[in-house]
Design a protein around this ligand. Structure first.
Ligand SMILES: CC(=O)SCCNC(=O)CCNC(=O)[C@H](O)C(C)(C)COP(=O)(O)OP(=O)(O)OC[C@H]1O[C@@H](n2cnc3c(N)ncnc32)[C@H](O)[C@@H]1OP(=O)(O)O
Ligand SMILES: CC(C)C(=O)C(=O)O
Length: 513
């Protein structure tokens, strides 16, 4: 198995993302985690660009011991001098010098002829080698450069002392075939290229950064540059976690070792997201919130029977929590039953089926069913006894306005099967409901306690009502949930009454909720 180097540029190209600005302390924290992750090189900034970047690069070089620390510089002596100032205390001083080689950049940005560009590249590499044992030279916009010219300038900078040659797809323009072909062309046509490291640096403008990087590896790249979570200029850089995991999962194809501690990936990703304030899209490969979440019934059934049916990466591999079978409208009975059993419910098939029907109804109106929702649903099934007739709420309606007296109307089936309609007023909507239901229910009710809370998070969280009452001299508690707290209140009221009726009917004690 051969080894490739991982060059992390989260703190340089990653920080070039619009809206990201890390201070020195944050950069040091990320650098320490990158070191733990096992990256070979940390590009910690562009020392000549600002005093803040200079400070961060210098301090990271003094802190990190197990990864090489580098800084970016233009092909300008003062940039190189500044980088040396920042990095001279590093264990293995390394500089990254770049110069554009594509016609469009040379002509319209640098205003230089190809010959002038070669001369400048050679001069700057020679100058840098006076100080730095390790000099990486990047041909900015390599993928839009003329291959013959690129091969020529690479020969010259290798002669001048470059120890790494980087061929960036600066604007994310190349296709995997083209990018791989460029590496092959350089390996075939530049004598001595095997003596230096050959690096890939891909941007994601067309969503091909990962594929391009893998194509470079297949065609001779020995170093990969990228960022954590794929942050970076415009659409970002290649996400290093994707490369590391792809090389691991498909090792039969690549036969490559990266030195990355895969189980540090999740932690690194979260730290970078937190400190940069750059959120990770939920469906992001490897580190997205949904990367290990299975929502549909057929997938969940497969996962329960054999996880390999739908899971090519385990969350444990990258240091993430366990796989999640998210219960929602696409879930099936197998996943539902599995969760009920894990939650400690031991229901008959019939009751599970009934709960499943209720679950599907609820899932139609709620994005995600959380355990608290399930708890209520399954508990209801556990206590519900079809043989004892009970009260059943048909409908409830409340009229409320600051200028009106709150009035509730309700219809409910009496245990004898009769549909009863009643209305009453109250000091508020809840009292109006209580007063209305008191007219429907036979017997004496005294409300002892009442509370409402929300179940789950977000706007579509369910409302839960819990009512503790004395009914016909016995203390009972009723609980229910609904999208609306007033509906939950009416149901909880009748549930409390029904629990007493069922207890009396069965002559058994039902445990308190
Ligand atoms: C592909 C990449 O990601 S390259 C890295 C990009 N990163 C950054 O630019 C972040 C940090 N940059 C900065 O803080 C500033 O741009 C600085 C401090 C580096 C330079 O600022 P300024 O001196 O005001 O120049 P400005 O950024 O406006 O223009 C860049 C100049 O560098 C020149 N230049 C660009 N690349 C190179 C290079 N590799 N070598 C030499 N000169 C270069 C440009 O031609 C332009 O020169 P000009 O002023 O003669 O026209
Ligand atoms: C400086 C170089 C390597 C770069 O960031 C790019 O070309 O994208």
């Amino acid at each position: 198995m051969s080894q490739i180097d991982i060059f992390d540029t989260t703190l340089r190209d990653g920080e070039q993302s619009a809206g990201i600005n890390l201070n020195t302390a944050e950069k040091i924290e990320i650098a320490r985690q990158l070191e733990r992750l096992g990256v070979t090189i940390i590009e910690s900034g562009f020392p000549a660009s600002s005093p803040g970047d200079f400070d961060a690069v210098q301090r990271i070089a003094g802190t990190v011991k197990n990864s090489i620390v580098t800084g970016l510089a233009r092909s300008i002596q003062s940039d190189i001098d500044r980088t040396w100032e920042a990095l001279k205390g590093a264990e293995q001083p390394h500089i990254h010098i770049f110069l554009a080689t594509s016609p469009i950049h040379m002509e319209t940005k640098l205003f230089k002829t190809p010959e002038q560009v070669v001369e400048l590249a050679v001069e700057s590499v020679k100058y840098a080698r006076k100080f730095f044992p390790l000099v990486q030279w990047s041909a900015e916009d390599a993928s839009r450069s003329d291959p013959e010219f690129l091969a020529h300038i690479i020969r010259k900078v290798i002669e001048a002392g470059a120890t790494t040659i980087n061929l960036p797809d600066t604007v994310g323009y190349a296709t995997p075939h083209e990018y791989g072909a460029m590496f092959k062309y350089m390996t075939d046509n530049v004598a001595g290229i095997e003596k230096v490291k050959l690096s890939a640096h891909c941007h994601n403008d067309l969503g091909m950064a990962t594929a391009n990087t893998l194509a470079a590896i297949e065609n001779g790249a020995t170093q990969i540059e990228g960022t954590i979570n794929g942050i970076g200029e415009r659409a970002g850089n290649v996400a290093l976690e994707e490369i590391a995991v792809a090389l691991h999962i498909r090792k039969q194809i690549f036969n490559i070792e990266t030195g990355i501690k895969l189980n540090e990936i999740k932690r690194t990703s979260q730290l970078v997201s937190q400190l940069t304030g750059s959120l990770i899209q939920p469906n992001k490969a490897v580190v997205g919130k949904n990367a290990f979440a299975h929502e549909s019934g057929i997938h969940q059934d497969g996962m329960l029977k054999n996880p390999l049916t739908y899971e090519i990466i385990t969350p444990e591999l990258i240091g993430d929590a366990a796989t999640e079978l998210v219960l929602g409208k696409h879930s099936g009975r197998h996943a539902f039953k599995d969760r009920a059993v894990k939650m400690g419910f031991d229901l008959t098939e019939e009751k599970l089926n009934k709960a499943f029907v209720e679950f599907k109804k609820l899932a139609d109106s709620k994005k995600e069913i959380v355990e608290a929702d399930l708890y209520v649903l399954l508990t209801d099934q556990q206590i519900h006894d079809n043989e004892t007739p009970v009260y059943k709420l048909e409908s409830v309606q409340v009229q409320y306005g600051t200028a009106n007296i709150p009035t509730a109307t309700a219809s409910a089936y009496h245990p004898n099967g009769e549909l009863i309609n009643e209305a009453a007023t109250g000091a508020g909507s809840v009292e109006a409901i209580f007063n209305t239901l008191e007219r429907i229910v036979e017997g004496e009710v005294h409300i002892l306690d009442y509370r409402v809370t929300s179940i789950g998070k977000g706007r579509d969280a369910l409302g839960e009502a819990v009512i503790n009452m004395s009914y016909n001299g016995e203390t009972v508690t009723g609980r229910d949930v609904a999208q609306d707290v007033l509906e939950a209140t009416a149901k909880a009221y009748l549930n409390a009454v029904n629990r007493q009726i069922v207890q009396v009917g069965k002559k058994v004690r039902i445990p308190a909720i």
